[in-house]
Design a protein around this ligand. Structure first.
Ligand code: PLP
Length: 346
């Protein structure tokens, strides 16, 4: 069955039958008392994969990032953060609203801020300045085209932060995509940072959840913050089981999503569309619609009528995301329909 083909995001996946069975059979307890065995197993596994001492299950990537920032910083602290980062654009300004933190914006249009830009934000101690206390990075970088930042570029920027005495938090909502794109283990990234947030409900295909991985002390603080923001869960093993299943079964297959994204990109390019190639691509395809074509919202409506769904990222900029509920055939079909609809006379 081809339709619907939903390329809005990799968050739209539905749990498979096997994943649902794992959820149904999950052993549970009260996780606020740290008595849910399935949550504990998920946290142990996440800590092991990332090479950290401990981990904490959070409701969402947004909560994972917020709780991490609150655990690193105090009110009035400056957080160096990319202008195009998810935390800066799509998390409701939670770092300021709930943490009283001051975002210090740096250019991350290439996927990661330059080491120099980090140095420029670390000003001498002075009553006029908010002190920079943390650097946040994102990999893969969503708004910059889903590109995977290389381990080398990542290391350069992190090294600069360390030289300046700053800890580093990584928004690794799609870190497995980044590592797969570079044929690396995620530890090439996680070993360099102080805390990392991994989403279970994106390419991994779980219905909900994220894990924060860091030192045991940090996770103790994060557990307190998670409770304060209302994220303490009770029999959460039911959802943690889906995350565990995803970590056991759905990491390596994400390479198929990258291949499907490439298939889509080729067809769009062949059809004369300007596909962005900003770096090493993963499961996202961004393209621009030419001036003589429809606007993004018109294209979205006409494709939706044919069962193909995606997102506008600007008046003529469009984003497509592949995931485990999109087959090779569906990827090809969706790209063909998009090209036809762009070219259709008004
Ligand atoms: C890079 C990045 N970080 C964090 C998040 C937040 O995740 P959630 O939607 O689970 O809050 C997203 C969601 O799309 C994301 O793309």
């Amino acid at each position: 069955m081809y339709f619907p083909i939903d390329l809005k995001s990799d968050t739209v996946t539905k749990p498979s039958e096997e994943m649902r069975r794992a959820m149904y059979e999950a052993e549970v307890g009260d996780d606020v008392y740290s008595e849910d065995p399935t949550v504990l197993r998920l946290e142990e596994k996440a800590a092991e994969i990332t090479g950290k001492e401990a981990a904490l299950f959070a409701v969402s990537g947004t909560m994972g990032n917020l709780v991490s920032l609150l655990s690193h910083c105090n009110r009035g602290d400056g957080v160096i953060i990319g202008t195009y980062s998810h935390i800066n654009n799509y998390e409701g300004g939670g770092l300021s609203a709930l943490g009283g933190l001051f975002p210090m914006l740096v250019d991350d249009s290439s996927g990661i801020p330059s080491p120099e830009s980090i140095g420029e934000k670390c000003l001498p101690k002075n009553v006029h300045y908010a002190p920079a206390r943390l650097l946040c990075l994102e990999n893969t970088h969503n708004k910059c085209g889903g590109i995977a930042v290389s381990p080398e570029r990542f290391a350069e920027t992190v090294e600069k932060a360390k030289d300046m005495g700053l800890p580093v938090h990584l928004d690794g909502a799609r870190l497995f995509n980044a590592a797969l794109a570079w044929g690396a283990d995620i530890s090439v990234y996680t070993s360099r940072v102080d805390s990392v947030q991994l989403c279970l409900s994106k390419g991994l295909g779980a219905p909900v959840g994220s894990v924060i991985c860091a030192s045991s002390d940090f996770i103790d603080r994060a557990r307190h913050w998670r409770k304060r923001v209302g994220g303490g869960m009770r029999q959460a093993g039911v959802i943690a089981a889906a995350g565990l299943y995803a970590l056991d079964h759905n990491i390596d297959r994400m390479i198929e999503d990258h291949e499907n994204a490439k298939r889509i990109a080729y067809i769009l390019q062949d059809g004369g569309l300007a596909v962005e190639e900003k770096g090493r691509q993963t499961n996202m395809v961004f393209f621009s619609i030419p001036e003589n074509g429809p606007t993004a919202s018109t294209l979205i409506d006409s494709c939706a009528r044919r069962g193909v769904y995606f997102t506008a990222m600007g008046e003529r900029r469009v984003r497509l995301v592949t995931h485990l509920d999109v087959s090779k055939e569906q990827a090809v079909k969706a790209a063909e329909i998009i090209v036809e609809e762009v070219k259709k006379p008004e």
